[in-house]
Design a protein around this ligand. Structure first.
Ligand code: RB5
Length: 155
């Protein structure tokens, strides 16, 4: 298993990115920094794509995307095959989203939460593992089927 976490942000998420990168490294993970590197306005789908592709390809185990609200990041990342992105601003969602839904990309809104809560959420999410329970596997398989069906452009 890769121990790399891909982390990306747009200008709205940029203030939180170095804090989260440092924290993730301190937790013993390698960080694949997908940018952005300044407060200059950029487009969040580009950074969601970089993180999502790293997770989808297996180059990273999981990913974190930070934008202003976290909404655009999650919408964009969920277009990428194999990505299960969730917007979490509470620790319950951060662990249950992994345990039940195998959430492999965490989205955060830097204009909504501060660094302390963000780090608690990241910590909770990093420690969480998918339960493997039959009902959750069944539901994930249905999500995979949706992905396949719409990739083939069927109705
Ligand atoms: C950028 O201004 C902002 O729209 C973006 O960071 C994000 O909040 C989108 O969901």
């Amino acid at each position: 298993m890769s121990t790399t976490i891909a982390i990306g942000a747009d200008h709205g998420g940029f203030p939180l990115k170095p804090i989260i990168c440092q924290f993730v490294e301190n937790q013993g993970f390698a960080v694949l920094d997908c940018g952005t590197d300044s407060a200059e306005p950029v487009d969040y789908p580009d950074f969601a794509a970089a993180v999502g592709e790293a997770v989808s390809s297996g180059a990273a185990w999981r990913g974190i995307i930070i934008c202003g609200s976290g909404v655009g990041a999650s919408v964009a990342a969920n277009k990428i095959r194999g990505v299960r992105a969730g917007l979490c601003h509470d620790t319950f969602s951060a662990h249950q989203g992994v345990e039940d839904d195998d959430m492999n990309v965490l989205c955060l809104g830097a204009r909504i939460i501060g660094p302390n809560l963000a780090l608690e959420i990241v910590h909770t999410w990093l420690k969480a593992n998918f339960s493997g329970a039959e009902r959750h596997v069944r539901r994930l398989n249905k999500i995979k089927a949706l992905e396949e069906r719409f990739a083939r452009n069927e109705k």
